[in-house]
Design a protein around this ligand. Structure first.
Ligand code: DGJ
Length: 695
């Protein structure tokens, strides 16, 4: 809902539980008024009447109060917008008009400003309790407009003491680790200067003063961009906090706008919740399922992926042997990973040549795809389209298609170089290769990988090569959009050496993401705990792999523990099934059957994190209508300290719930207040408990 004051200078966006308000002063200063619980327009108008503080000359009354601080004039905070023309630097805007629009039933507010022919439009749209913000800048006539920085939004939090910052940091194979620290004066900056979202940080921050998992106010923001990015969180000299973020890490040359050209930032989304971190997560999950992830109402199938089983050493016969076993345990989608194309028998060659390897697949992929379909499964393949090995036909034909700096060494990481997807000819080549691939064999699923960062982001011959940073990502998005439109039955997975490209931007074009290359079931619990702060189980791919996992940390764990860990997301299997015993396969079948039964609750239900993975008992709960599923893991049993009961959430205290596993009927009030015993003992034990409301 969008309310507008009579004078057309105060705006109030309202979601189911929250409101967001802003006001334009007579001097065209755009002030942030409110972000928090629902308020009335009259409340916003009262806030708008508050005079600005009279600090001068060492503090700015605008700092910490503006909706989108631009560079220039009496401001000392980090500018969200920094523009350079031939004449000058900075922005001094004049309000032009506002308009509103409904797109997909949502209210959108557009505020239009002008600075001497540069048009700046601020977009706000409320979706559920998520405020989506983005900005567009048009060069109406200057010879050149250089956008040194154009953040998607600046978020302003209310005056409070003792802000804490939560973030999801990590590295390859250890992504999405949740950490919370007190915010101190000054700035905390996170981001990626790697050309992709990066394993090091999910583009998300959350701020609170005293919230817990299920209570208290939480402000959280997440950026929808799959290239380099930056989010800066500033504790200002007073009790205010501002969070500003957008595409690009450094200030040097984001984009050059020729006359008539424009730039639109990605979306920076924010939400306020008074339901603690759990409430904020559930609001994010609902938002992504409703507005971001394509076909989110559809269940994701149980997949098998060949990577950990066969690595680069693959053949049609061997994949078929795996496929037969995968089908026998109930797998629904069989994915051939790396190694099926070009001269790709190791990571030294073949990237760029997207035709089946003639020794391995003499008749192409179709015979295998047909047999996989004959086994009742869908068929998927792995690709890494943005990359090329120097040892490939593509690179030999087009060495200038990669990102490179003239006269400098081309840095090879994993023996590969990055193609320049900002170039139309490169995109066109990839489109033809991938379209042919998807047309030539019945492919239902594409795992789209990206296995190295940008290091030499040059573009010889291009007058403004810096645009590569943004245009590569736009090129990726355009390619994905075009492939999805041409092959609507094909689902896509975003992967980047595990979780290196997970963000709201890529999720709006992919069906799920590869969470981490770390498939150890215990390590995964911490990764999944962090991931779930922002993203729903419906997109979180998780595989059951071998034990001991010699490719990873060598840990020995039961099939039970591995399955229950992976069942917290989109279940997959990635072990070498040809080495699994008949008993293992029979047990796997039972787990897969159980997963299919609980899948609608896991993939579409509301998540409650009952206990974080901190060494002892951890658990999550999913609730959907009358059904509840609890997944619990005991890492290590201490003598004399039995695992505690789990206090469930989201149940009706007046109702009763029957547990399928124990046959016991529990009263809702008892489950909520006293909890449910899991019966877990020993080390690395796990269980699934299904509860059904019975009255
Ligand atoms: C990295 C991915 O994360 C793995 O799952 C696998 O696909 C390899 N790349 C293949 O090269």
């Amino acid at each position: 809902m969008l309310d507008i004051a009579e004078d057309g200078r105060t705006w109030l966006l309202t979601g189911p539980t929250s409101s967001y308000a802003l006001h334009l002063t007579g001097a065209d200063e755009l002030l942030h008024l409110h972000w928090g619980p629902r308020i009335a327009l009259a409340d916003a108008e009262a806030l708008a009447r508050d005079p600005l503080p009279g600090y001068w000359p060492f503090e700015s009354p605008l700092d910490g109060r503006e909706e989108y601080p631009v560079e220039g004039g009496p401001r000392f905070v980090r500018p969200a917008l920094s523009v350079r023309t031939e004449e000058r630097r900075g922005t001094e805007w004049r309000f032009v008009s506002y308009d509103t629009g409904r797109e997909g039933g949502d209210d959108e507010l557009r505020l239009r400003f002008d600075d001497d022919g540069i048009a700046i439009t601020l977009h706000h749209r409320m979706r559920g309790d998520v405020v989506e913000r983005w900005v567009s800048v048009d060069n109406g006539g200057h010879a050149r407009v250089e956008l040194l920085r154009a953040d998607a939004a600046t978020w302003t939090l209310p005056d409070r003491e003792g802000w804490r910052l939560s973030q999801l940091h990590g590295r390859w194979a250890a992504e999405s680790r949740l950490t919370t620290v007190p915010l101190t004066y000054g700035e905390k900056v996170i981001g990626s200067r790697r050309g992709h979202t990066g394993h090091q940080h999910l583009p998300w921050v959350a701020l609170d003063t005293d919230a817990a998992e299920e209570r208290g106010e939480v402000y959280a923001c997440a950026l929808g961009w799959s290239g380099s990015w930056r989010i800066a969180v500033a504790q200002l000299p007073d009790a205010r906090v501002q969070i500003t973020g957008g595409a690009g890490y450094d200030d040097s040359g984001l984009l050059l706008l020729q006359p008539g050209e424009s730039y639109t930032t990605p979306v920076f989304a924010g939400l306020w919740s008074d339901g603690g971190f759990g409430g904020a997560s559930r609001a994010w999950h609902a938002y992504q399922r409703a507005y971001v992830v394509p076909d989110a109402e559809r269940d994701r199938p149980v997949l098998f992926n060949s990577w950990e089983a066969t690595n680069f050493d693959i053949s049609e016969e061997q994949q078929l042997a795996l496929a037969r076993r995968a089908a026998a345990i109930g797998v629904e989608l069989f994915v051939v990973d790396d190694g099926w194309f070009g001269a790709r028998t190791a990571d030294r060659a073949g990237l760029g040549d997207w035709t089946p390897n003639p020794d391995r697949f003499p008749h192409g992929l179709k015979p295998l795809a047909d047999q996989v379909h004959g086994l009742g499964m869908r068929f998927g393949i792995w690709v890494e389209p943005e990359m090329v090995n120097p040892d490939s036909d593509l690179y030999r034909a087009h060495p200038d298609w990669v990102q490179y700096q003239p006269g400098r060494r081309r840095t090879e990481l994993r023996n590969q170089l990055v193609l320049n997807l900002a170039r139309e000819d490169v995109r066109e080549y990839l489109w033809e290769q991938l379209d042919t691939l998807l047309s030539g064999a019945p492919v239902d699923y594409v795992k789209w990988d990206f296995n190295r960062c940008f290091t030499d982001a040059g573009w010889p011959g291009e007058p403004y090569p810096q645009r590569l940073w943004v245009d590569h990502v736009r090129g990726l998005y355009a390619l994905l959009d075009r492939l999805r439109a041409a092959h609507p039955g094909v689902a896509f997975e975003s992967c980047s050496g595990g979780g290196g490209r997970i963000d709201l931007g890529v999720l709006s074009r992919t069906d799920q993401v590869w969470t981490s290359d770390n498939t150890d079931p215990l390590d995964r619990l911490a990764i999944q705990h962090g991931f779930s702060q922002l993203h729903p189980a419906r997109v979180m791919a998780a595989w059951v792999t071998d034990s001991p996992n010699t490719q990873l940390n060598g840990r020995v764990s039961s099939l039970r523990f591995r399955f229950v860990s992976a069942m917290a997301g989109v279940l997959g299997v990635g072990g070498d099934l040809t080495e699994w015993s008949d008993e293992d396969l029979a047990e796997a079948r039972r787990w897969v059957d159980l997963y299919k039964e609980i899948r609608p609750v896991v993939q579409h239900g509301e998540l409650y994190r009952l206990r974080p993975p901190a060494g002892g008992l951890s658990a999550v709960q999913y609730v959907r209508g009358a059904q509840t599923v609890v997944l619990a893991w005991l890492q290590a049993q201490r003598y004399g300290e039995p695992a505690p009961a789990l206090r469930l959430r989201g149940l009706d205290p007046a109702a009763s719930y029957a547990c399928r596993e124990t046959g016991q009927v529990h009263r809702g009030a008892v489950l909520l207040h006293h909890g449910l015993r899991t019966g877990l003992t020993g080390d690395l034990d796990a269980t699934v408990l299904r509860l059904q409301r019975v009255g």
